[in-house]
Ligand binder design. Structure first.
Ligand code: NDP
Length: 246
């Protein structure tokens, strides 16, 4: 029997824009109690306000996923406000793609810190709570880039490969009461490519994103994974634009 997301407590990192924002809105509309986290709290407050006006339940908390204490604090906030944490969506991420020869080492560091360490810090904060509850679900956002690597995506792909490895290891270790899902999108129209610092790659990304799908295409996959029976673990969902070849 499928389970409803109604009244489930779902914390979403990177909920101030793009996929995280879309997921927060869809899950709240479906009845979840959502905890939105990111650094841009002005944006979070606006989204939470709109969710509440629409009849949903939501709170916003500041979070820099590269900070372990922040990660603990937002999980604690979810538990204090709503009494438990059913689902953690580790969605925050950056895609600062560039050829290795450009030596954008600060960008490499940022991708490793946000995309890998951020996911691990989220798990570190949530796992003790989920073990104590004897239930929980960690949903990590990887990417099609976690399955294939191209010129300029070495480090980004490396981080998204790592997200899949961590998710699979988590799945094997977590036991029967805690679920692990990977969501791997293709090109989705969000702010993600706006932060690319390599001029040539930013231009190339524009061409690839010409056929990108809306962020609204992703939350239903998250909802599907959550709503499966408790003994069913949807391990990974890949979602590409139909027009995306690779
Ligand atoms: P956006 O740039 O729109 O959203 C990224 C989110 O991550 C923002 O809410 C941002 O919030 C947050 N974020 C970035 N750095 C940090 C940080 N240090 N601490 C906390 N939050 C942070 O892009 P998307 O919605 O596209 O990205 C969401 C996820 O989807 C990422 O993991 C991305 O890699 C993945 N993805 C996206 C694809 C796409 O084509 N768009 C394809 C495949 C995967 P703030 O700046 O307010 O902190």
């Amino acid at each position: 029997m499928t389970i409803s997301v109604q009244d489930k407590v779902v914390a979403i990192t990177g909920a101030s824009s793009g996929i995280g924002e879309a997921a927060a809105r869809v899950l709240a509309q479906a009845g979840a109690k959502v905890v939105l986290c990111a650094r841009r709290t002005d944006r979070l407050d606006k989204i939470v306000g709109e969710i509440k006006v629409a009849g949903g339940q939501a709170i916003a908390r500041p979070l820099d996923v590269t900070n372990r204490e922040d990660a603990k604090a937002f999980v604690n906030a979810a538990v204090e406000e709503f009494g438990r944490l059913d689902v953690l969506v580790n969605n925050a991420g950056v895609m600062l793609v560039s050829p290795l020869a450009e030596l954008k080492i600060d960008d490499w560091d940022q991708m490793i810190d946000v995309n890998i360490k951020g996911v691990l810090y989220g798990i570190a904060a949530a796992l003790p709570v989920m073990r104590e509850q004897n239930s929980g679900h960690v949903i990590n956002v990887s990417s099609v880039a976690g399955h294939r690597v191209g010129p300029a995506t070495s480090v980004y792909s490396g981080t998204k490969w790592a997200v899949r490895a961590i998710s699979e290891g988590f799945r094997q270790e977590a036991g029967a009461s805690i679920r692990s899902t990977i969501i791997s999108p293709g090109a989705v129209l969000t702010e993600l490519p706006d932060h690319i610092s390599s001029a040539a790659i930013k231009e190339a990304a524009k061409a690839m994103y010409a056929t990108a799908i809306s962020a609204d295409a992703i939350p239903n996959a998250i909802l599907y994974a959550i709503e499966q029976p408790a003994d069913v673990d949807v391990n990974e969902i890949l979602i590409r634009p139909t027009a995306q070849q690779s």
